[in-house]
Design a protein around this ligand. Structure first.
Ligand SMILES: Cc1cc2nc3c(=O)[nH]c(=O)nc-3n(C[C@H](O)[C@H](O)[C@H](O)COP(=O)(O)OP(=O)(O)OC[C@H]3O[C@@H](n4cnc5c(N)ncnc54)[C@H](O)[C@@H]3O)c2cc1C
Length: 471
C-alpha cells in the first residue's frame, strides 16, 4: 500500500483513503520554517541522525569520523534501539562488519554471559553457537562508542516531532528537525538529515511517500508473494529474560510453551535439547515471550491492544517461571517488527534478494533468509544468497537533504523481511552516515555525490569484506 501527501489531499476531498487518514492529516504541510517563539536557541550541525538504534549509531559514528559535526537524536533516555528497549539482543544475518563489528567485538570481550570471551567469535555468523548480551551491556558499549567521537553530540529524551522543510522546484528540501523540550520545541538545522527511526516517522512528517503492509506481487513485479494484498505487517513479539533466583531451580521447558536461548550454546533451550541444556545450565535465558499480530502498528489503540494480548499470554508464563524459581525481566517495549517503509529512488524487491543481485550503486552487503512471519513462501527460496543494498534505496523520492537508514529504507515487504535484521541495518546505517558526511563536506545534494567515491570509502572501511572472513 502506498500513501503520500497527494493521496491525503484526495482523501479529504472525499475519495477512499483507508485506515491512515488521521495519521497523515498533519503531514500535508508544504513549508515549515523556523519556530518563531522557541525558548531554545536553534542548533546547527552538518549531519542530523534521528534514532540511536542498529542503523542510527553506525550512521552517526561514521559521519563523525569523516570530520563533520553530527548530532544523534534519540527519544529514549538510553541509546541502542531495539536491543536495549525491546531486548532484541540476538543477531541474525550478515555481514558483521565496520562499526557494528566494533560493537559486537566489545560485547564479546567484556560482556559475555558465557563467563569468558569466545575465541572464534565473529568469524562466522554463529560460530556454531548462539550469542546474546544483556540489554544494559549493549547500552554501555554504545555509550562508550559514541563518547569517543569528538564530532558527535548525543541528545537523549529528544523526540523529533516535526521537520523543517522548504519547497525546492518539484522536490522538498529537508533543512532540519524540531525536537520536544520541556518548555517548547527546539529547532535543529543540518545539511543532511537521516531518518533511522525504525518507524519512518520523520520521513512521513517530511511528506515522503510511505509504503505499509503487504503488497500484491504484481505491485512491484515480484515473482513470489500474495496475489492480493492483505495489508498485514509482521507479528509483534514482547521479549523477556528469565534469570534463576533459587539455587536448584530448573527451567520449566516442558510446561513453558516457548523456547529460551542460552548464550554460547549450540541450541535453543527447548524440549528437544533439554538434556544438554540442563547439563550446561546457564541460569539466564532470552525468550521470545509472546507473539501476536497487530492490525496497524501506526495506531496507538491497536498497539495497546496487541500489548494486552501479549500480556494475556505472558502472565501465566511469568507465573510459571517464578514458581519454578526464576525471575522475569520483561522488555520495556513490545517489539514491533514492521512499520513504514519509505519509497525511494529504487524499491528493492524479493527478486533482488533471491537472485543475489549486486547493483552498481551497492553501498551495503546483505545476507539473511526471507523471514516473513506468517506469510507462506516456497521453501526453496527461503535461504537467499548474499545480495547488495543500492544507494538509491536510501534516497526518498522527491526529497533533498534527506536519507533513510535501517529497516525503513525502500523495499517491498518481502525484501524487508530479509534486510530488517540488525547487522544489515547497521551496514546500511554506516553507508548512510558516510554518504551524509560526503554530502555535507561538499555542500552538495544526496543525488550529486560520486557513488564510486562513496564505495571506495566504504571499501577502505572494510564494509565489503564480510563474506571473505569476518561474518
Ligand atoms: C521482536 C523482534 C525480534 C527481532 N529479532 C531479531 C533477531 O533475532 N536478530 C536481528 O538481528 N534482528 C531482529 N529483529 C530486527 C531488528 O531488531 C530491527 O529491525 C532493527 O533493530 C532495526 O534497526 P533500526 O536502526 O532501523 O531501528 P531501531 O533499532 O528500532 O532504532 C530506532 C531508534 O529510533 C528511535 N526513535 C524512533 N522515533 C524517534 C523520534 N521521533 N525521535 C527520536 N528518536 C526516535 C527509537 O527510540 C530507537 O532507539 C527483531 C525485531 C523485533 C521487533
Amino acid at each position: 500500500m502506498n500513501i503520500d501527501r497527494r493521496s491525503f489531499v484526495k482523501g479529504v476531498s472525499g475519495l477512499t483513503l483507508g485506515a491512515f487518514t488521521p495519521l497523515m492529516a498533519s503531514e500535508s504541510h508544504k513549508e515549515v520554517g523556523l519556530s518563531k517563539k522557541s525558548p531554545y536557541e536553534t542548533l546547527r550541525f552538518d549531519v542530523i541522525v534521528v534514532g540511536a538504534g542498529a542503523a542510527g549509531v553506525p550512521a552517526a559514528v561514521a559521519a563523525a569520523r569523516r570530520g563533520v559535526k553530527v548530532v544523534l537524536l534519540e527519544e529514549d533516555m538510553t541509546p541502542g534501539g531495539a536491543p536495549v528497549d525491546m531486548y532484541v539482543t540476538f543477531l541474525c544475518g550478515m555481514p558483521r562488519v565496520g562499526i557494528f563489528n566494533e560493537i559486537i567485538q566489545n560485547l564479546n570481550l567484556n560482556h559475555t554471559l558465557a563467563g569468558s570471551p569466545s575465541k572464534t567469535f565473529g568469524k562466522f555468523g554463529f560460530e556454531g553457537k548462539n550469542h546474546w548480551w544483556m540489554p544494559s551491556s549493549v547500552a554501555q558499549v554504545v555509550y562508550e562508542l559514541i563518547g569517543n567521537e569528538k564530532n558527535l553530540t548525543l541528545m537523549c529524551g529528544a523526540r523529533v516531532e516535526d521537520v523543517i522543510i522548504k519547497e525546492k522546484g518539484n522536490r522538498t528540501q529537508v533543512q532540519g528537525v524540531r525536537i520536544v523540550r520541556e518548555k517548547g520545541m527546539q529547532d535543529i538545522l543540518g545539511k543532511v538529515v537521516i531518518d533511522a527511526t525504525g518507524t519512518g516517522c520523520v520521513a512521513a512528517k517530511a511528506g515522503c511517500q510511505v509504503m505499509y503492509g503487504s503488497e500484491a506481487k504484481s505491485d512491484h513485479n515480484e515473482s513470489v508473494g500474495l496475489e492480493v494484498s492483505d495489508g498485514k505487517v509482521q507479528s509483534c513479539t514482547w521479549m523477556m529474560l528469565s534469570q534463576r533466583l533459587k539455587k536448584d531451580a530448573v527451567l520449566p521447558i516442558d510446561e513453558l510453551g516457548i523456547n529460551g536461548l542460552e548464550d554460547d550454546f549450540e541450541y535453543w533451550a527447548s524440549k528437544k535439547y533439554k538434556a544438554e541444556m540442563l547439563q550446561r545450565d546457564a541460569g539466564i535465558y532470552l525468550h521470545w515471550g509472546a507473539t501476536v499480530s497487530c492490525k496497524n502498528t501506526l495506531d496507538p489503540v491497536e498497539l495497546a491492544a496487541s500489548q494486552r494480548e501479549c500480556l494475556t499470554q505472558l502472565i501465566p508464563r511469568m507465573k510459571l517461571l517464578y514458581e519454578a524459581g526464576f525471575m522475569v525481566h520483561l522488555a520495556p517495549r513490545m517489539g514491533v517488527r514492521e512499520c513504514r517503509r519509505i519509497k525511494g529512488e529504487y524499491i528493492l524487491t524479493v527478486d533482488d534478494v533471491i537472485q543475489g543481485r549486486m547493483p552498481d550503486d551497492k553501498v551495503a552487503d546483505a545476507w539473511y533468509a526471507l523471514d516473513a512471519w506468517g506469510m507462506k513462501l516456497p521453501k526453496e527460496i527461503l535461504d537467499t544468497p548474499p545480495y547488495g543494498i543500492p544507494y538509491r534505496s536510501l534516497i526518498p523520492v522527491g526529497m533533498e537533504g534527506f536519507l533513510t537508514a535501517g529497516r525503513v529504507i525502500s523495499g517491498t515487504k518481502l525484501a524487508h523481511s530479509s534486510y530488517r535484521v540488525q547487522p544489515i541495518c547497521a551496514g546500511i546505517g554506516q553507508a548512510a552516515g558516510t554518504a551524509a558526511a560526503m554530502i555535507a563536506a561538499l555542500d552538495t545534494d544526496v543525488r550529486s555525490i560520486d557513488v564510486k567515491v562513496l564505495q571506495q570509502q566504504l571499501s577502505a572501511d572494510k564494509m565489503f569484506d564480510g563474506y571473505g572472513g569476518n561474518f
